[in-house]
Design a protein around this ligand. Structure first.
Ligand SMILES: O=C(O)CCC(=O)C(=O)O
Ligand SMILES: [Fe+2]
Length: 300
């Protein structure tokens, strides 16, 4: 199996994005697409998020990192079949295959900032070893309307071509520190929590998605209104980059049994033996979202 075959088997068309959408994604580093998931699909996924968040509470997200002020969940493919449909999210998979070549799931997380909270440092989700080292395509799947008031994602258009900043430590793979030249250092925001002069807010109706190049400078913002803002982060990685969440090591019998060949390929669980009885077991403590360090060098 390879990515082309897997996408074909899943009925995902590689021309799911129009030439105009592809151009926007290449040049601006993101594209917003309405009506990708139906109202029924959104309702189904929301019900599962609410159920899981009641169980996991403040430890939600512990498999990757927790974030005070925002409810998170991770390991969602193992926790509910409601999210299987994300493996057929055509715009994300088509954009990822085109940018990254051979791909697999990087992670599937959920995030919902609480009232008055949720401002994240402006960051990139992936580091780079060289300028065109594209590693991750991420997606904000909007399960509530995302408005200017309930903590929308902010991003800086075109910044995927700049040095990655404040990459979460869990995403660094083989890279110890992000290296940047003095010229690059000069453009790094001094206060990563502050509004960037060129940032825009990503908004859309429930069922819309925003597909982003994982290098784009982005982050969650403060939820001013307190209205629910459930978003899934469907992240797809280049197949040779370690997954943010290793699906093979966390495989449940249920996911193993229901996944077809193309889904097993995309999750990279082909031939894996399920070892986890209860994916909802809560640990005693969990790590908090943290950015990796950066270092200034003459050249890289
Ligand atoms: O949920 C959001 O708006 C963005 C979250 C994000 O970028 C992250 O947690 O890495
Ligand atoms: Fe992010």
């Amino acid at each position: 199996m390879n990515t082309t075959q897997a996408l074909q088997q899943l009925g995902v068309s590689t021309d799911a994005l129009t030439p105009e959408q592809l151009r926007h994604f290449d040049e601006q580093g993101y594209v917003i697409i309405p009506d990708v998931f139906s109202a029924e699909e959104v309702t189904d996924m929301c019900a599962e998020i609410d159920r899981l968040q009641k169980i996991e509470g403040q430890y939600g997200g512990h498999e990757v990192h927790i974030e005070p002020g925002a409810l998170r969940l991770s390991n969602l493919f193992n926790k509910s079949p409601a999210f299987d449909r994300c493996l057929r999210c055509a715009p994300t998979l088509a954009a990822a295959h085109r940018l990254l070549g051979e791909i697999r799931v990087y992670s599937l997380n959920a995030r919902n900032p609480a009232k008055g909270q949720g401002q994240q440092p402006l960051h990139s989700d992936a580091p780079r070893a060289y300028p065109e080292d594209w590693r991750v395509v991420n997606t904000m799947v909007m399960l509530d309307d995302m408005t200017e008031h309930n903590g929308p994602t902010r991003l800086v258009p075109g910044s995927h071509k700049l040095v990655p900043i404040n990459v979460p430590d869990v995403n660094m793979a083989e890279i110890d520190r992000v290296q940047l030249t003095p010229e690059e250092e000069a453009i790094v925001p001094k206060d990563p929590l502050a509004r960037h002069p060129r940032e825009i807010l990503v908004t859309g109706k429930a069922g819309s998605i925003a597909v982003i190049n994982g290098r784009i400078w982005h982050g969650g913002t403060r939820n001013e209104s307190g209205a629910s803002r459930r978003v899934l982060h469907l992240a797809i990685g280049r197949r040779d980059i370690p997954q943010q969440f290793n699906e093979r090591e966390h495989l449940t019998q249920a996911l193993h049994d229901r996944a077809g060949p193309a889904e097993r390929f995309l999750l990279d669980i082909e031939g894996a033996t399920p070892t986890v009885d209860d994916p909802l077991a809560i640990p005693d403590d969990a790590r908090v979202w943290k950015a990796a360090e950066a270092v200034v060098v003459d050249r890289y």
